[in-house]
Design a protein around this ligand. Structure first.
Ligand code: UDX
Ligand code: ADP
Length: 481
């Protein structure tokens, strides 16, 4: 007899994928649900060993404390996937869905091969009914593909309900976002069984999320909501970045414009920080996905509309790189440039789609020597991102910002780390150790520009006309250019 989903109490959860989504999500879940046993599995042994060690594989403020508190009690990390899947009442699929690099949809469509292999494994090893929850960000109608794979391979007497429960956490604030979500979406089938599965997952979240924030909807709406939310967020940054180009050309200041826009209660102040460009694993991938889906549905104007959000981001990254070269007398060949910040945003060691990569490659192509410092990104990761095997070929990676700045012509801020602000770093010390004229290019608008100008720096920033002109400065240094 087939087990009824309603009879499944959620006592054990298994999450496939111990990455940026699966790890923090399950840690916060375990913290809030002491009555549920949570096992996070991954085929990557190194990652699992790291989750079981003192050095977690990802950095997120507040995460280490939670893992230490729950690990070994109701939170487990393992590579032994089959038993964990077999035992679980509810399974999260939290594997990566990268953009396809070959074949149909290359460069745009999400590659669902990892999601599909999870569905196959679940069907192969499980011998009782389960709720399968799609947590990875996937194209609309992916749940239907999971259902198809499960159905085609299910053992007799076993049934599955597939839910969409997209994760909205942002890196760097993941723990807080998970503890206090703006909303939890649960999409499922409109059948009785579907509703019961939705209730079961809703019950899990009710341990710490109030009922009014848990929104039940149909599966496709839930899947599309995630793509749409990311597309809207990225669009907002691309919009203010587009305005920043107008500011630089006209003398308006993008910070003032952003403040004015944000005071309109219909628009609100968030996500209006003009920057060197947005990065991260989600925005680009999800918009490309939306573009691809729209094209596949023959909605070419919709596709072109969202594509423009990405194009504007590419333009912003390139513009910043070009501005560095132009400001430094149109040549940076053999000049030394310090890059402060390599992560795609502060409080994370993640560099996926980081604008710093684009800027660094641009500067390398122009012949500069780069001295890179980031408080959290590993040296090996930076070299990998820049397609380098070692520190030869014009790149040095530093563990000390002052060492990175020493002997350089310019500082380029690519990540908005709090420690980069003027009160934390001694910019006079950096200035004294640099060649003159010493430049600062603030790609995040976080520095105190008047304080830096007072020291003697030539400051350039996003969304503001070129700083005080070269001739206006009374250059303190004599090291030449
Ligand atoms: C994003 C979404 O915010 C999150 O809900 C979703 O689940 C995953 O994608 P994330 O990529 O971690 O999260 O970071 P986010 O804070 O959204 O920032 C993305 C990029 O935009 C970063 O490079 C950030 O520096 C940049 N950004 C953000 C700006 O340039 N200006 C802003 O005003 C805000
Ligand atoms: P995200 O940011 O979406 O969490 P990550 O790349 O950080 O993405 O994490 C995804 C994790 O999923 C990786 O640790 C990867 O090893 C794991 N993974 C991918 N496919 C499978 C699979 N078929 N079985 C088990 N783990 C998988």
């Amino acid at each position: 007899m087939t087990t009824n989903i309603a009879e499944i109490p959620v006592r054990k959860i298994c999450c496939i994928g111990a990455g940026y989504v699966g790890g923090p999500t399950c840690s916060v879940l375990a913290l809030n649900c002491p009555d549920i046993q949570v096992t996070v599995v991954d085929r990557n042994e190194l990652r699992i060993n790291q989750w079981n060690s003192e050095n977690l594989p990802i950095y997120e403020p507040g995460l280490e404390e939670i893992v230490k508190q729950c690990r070994g009690k109701n939170l487990f990390f393992s590579t032994d996937m089959a038993p964990a899947l077999k035992e679980a009442d509810l399974i999260f699929i939290s594997v990566n869905t990268p953009t396809k690099t070959f074949g149909l949809g290359k460069g745009r469509a999400a590659d669902l091969k990892f999601v599909e292999s999870c569905a196959r494994l679940i069907a192969e090893v499980c011998d009782r009914s389960k709720i399968v929850v799609e947590k990875s960000t996937v194209p609309v109608r992916s749940a239907a593909s999971i259902v198809n794979v499960l159905k085609a391979n299910t053992k007799p007497g076993v049934s599955y309900q597939v839910l969409s429960n997209p994760e909205f956490l942002a890196e760097g604030t993941a723990v807080n976002d998970l503890k206090n979500p703006d909303r939890v979406l649960i999409g499922g089938e409109e059948s009785e069984e579907g509703k019961k599965a939705i209730s079961a997952l809703s019950w899990v979240y009710r341990h710490w999320v109030s009922a009014d924030k848990i929104i039940e909807m149909n599966t496709w709406s839930s899947e599309l909501s995630k793509l749409a939310a990311n597309a809207f967020l990225a669009q907002r940054i691309s919009s203010i970045n587009a305005i920043s180009a107008v500011c630089e050309a006209t003398g308006a200041d993008v910070s003032e414009v952003a403040q004015a826009i944000g005071l309109d209660s219909r628009l609100g102040p968030k996500f209006l920080q003009a920057s060197v460009g947005w990065g991260g694993s989600c925005f680009q991938k999800d918009i490309l996905n939306l573009v691809y889906i729209s094209e596949s549905l023959n909605l070419t104007s919709v596709a072109a509309y969202w594509q423009q959000v990405i194009d504007m981001n590419e333009y912003q990254k390139s513009r910043f790189g070009e501005r560095i070269v132009q400001s430094m007398f149109n040549t940076i060949t053999d000049k030394r440039i310090a890059i402060l910040g390599f992560a795609f945003k502060k409080n994370t060691g993640d560099t996926r789609e980081s604008p710093a990569i684009h800027v660094a490659k641009h500067l390398l192509e122009e012949g500069a020597f780069l001295h890179i410092y980031d408080p959290k990104v590993e040296k090996a990761q930076i070299l990998l991102d820049l397609d380098q095997l070692d520190e030869e070929s014009g790149i040095s990676i530093h563990t000390d910002p002052y060492e990175a700045a020493k002997g350089t012509h310019a500082l380029v801020v690519c990540t908005e780390w709090d420690q980069f602000i003027v009160n934390t770093y001694d910019y006079q010390r950096m200035y004294d150790s640099m060649l003159k004229p010493a430049f600062v290019f603030d790609g995040r608008k976080i520095l105190n520009h008047s304080a830096l100008t007072k020291i003697g720096f030539h400051v350039e920033t996003i969304g503001k006309r070129h700083g005080q002109s070269f001739q206006d400065h009374n250059w303190a240094g004599t090291n030449g250019i």
